[in-house]
Design a protein around this ligand. Structure first.
Ligand code: NAD
Length: 277
């Protein structure tokens, strides 16, 4: 089984650079999908309150026979739990659903800056961290302006920023800002939810490297230093997505993939997104 590299977060906690994401995995499919992923070797599971499958993720881990410390678990605060008190209630719900005492990484899912100030919510995550209920805390979908506010006003610098990124949305400025401030970047929808897989350049590179377009795209993220957790409920694709550690893209080919950027989002724009359900 390939050894997945780890990234050391700004508080010394180590996170696997490749994991398994469960967005849009139905609750009745989740135990099976996470069980398959753990068997293949994935040791990072990325869920969220809004995915409504935390409980099933917890069941799969409990049944796996793995020690709790062997699996890195991330979840995210629901968009309907903004503000200090609601966020403290939120972590209780996540820990109870997952059936654990401490989560490895807990994130604010969206800044929702037009709905409510996120600094108060972040103060709750700081409390959760200080109390030891999360080994690390971070944010998701934060742009430079959102991060700068936390850097100016908060005590703790987020350990990660989880953002949409893939060859059609390379986010170079935001990756550079994260790196400059010691914030690890996690790239969500690393395959553009499948949209990049038919790209001519990626298909050509896949032929050159005797890999698949998905493997080439995922390897590009790894060499950029991002943490990724592609999603598939099919074990053969999970295995394919795990097979990216015997591949090294040349600098020229890394640049060729980055040049595919067209600033094209699959998901909402964090500046305007205001859905609080
Ligand atoms: P993704 O880029 O991982 O693409 C998933 C889709 O690509 C799957 O539905 C499948 O159809 C296809 N696919 C996967 N592997 C493949 C392969 N080897 N060959 C062919 N097709 C393949 O998109 P995603 O699920 O949106 O993102 C991954 C994870 O990121 C999520 O599960 C979730 O954990 C996280 N995420 C976070 C946010 C956020 O706001 N923080 C938003 C979306 C997703």
């Amino acid at each position: 089984m390939a050894t997945v590299p780890t990234v050391t977060l700004n508080n010394g906690v180590e996170i696997p650079q490749l994991g398994f994401g469960v967005f849009l995995v139905r609750p009745d499919e989740t135990v099976g999908a996470v069980t398959s992923a753990l068997k293949i070797g994935y040791r990072l599971i990325d869920t969220a309150q809004m995915y409504q499958n935390e409980k099933e993720v917890g069941i799969a881990i409990a049944r796996s026979g793995l020690q709790r410390s062997e699996v890195f678990l991330t979840s995210k605060l629901g968009n309907n739990k903004l503000g200090f008190d609601a966020a403290l209630f939120g972590i209780d719900e996540t820990l109870a659903a997952l059936g654990i005492e401490q989560i490895d990484l807990f994130l604010i899912h969206w800044p929702l800056a037009t709905v409510r100030d996120f600094v108060g919510t972040w103060e709750a995550l700081e409390r959760i961290y200080v109390e030891g209920r999360a080994r690390a805390i971070g944010v998701s979908n934060f742009d430079v302006g959102h991060l700068q506010r936390l850097l100016d006003e908060a005590e703790i610098v987020p350990a990660v920023n989880q953002i949409e990124a893939h060859p059609y949305l390379t986010q170079e400025a935001l990756l550079a800002f994260d790196a400059e401030h010691g914030i690890a970047t996690e790239a969500w929808s690393p395959l553009g939810r499948g949209a990049v897989l038919g790209d001519r350049q990626l298909v050509d590179l896949a032929t050159t490297y005797a890999k698949t377009p998905a493997q080439v795209a995922l390897r590009w993220h790894i060499q950029r230093g991002s943490i990724i957790f592609p999603k598939s409920i099919h074990p053969e694709r999970m295995r394919e997505n795990f097979g990216i550690f015997d591949l090294e893209l040349s600098t020229k080919d890394m640049r060729r993939i980055s040049a595919l950027n067209r600033d094209k989002r699959i998901g909402p724009d964090p500046e305007t997104f205001s859905e609080i359900r």
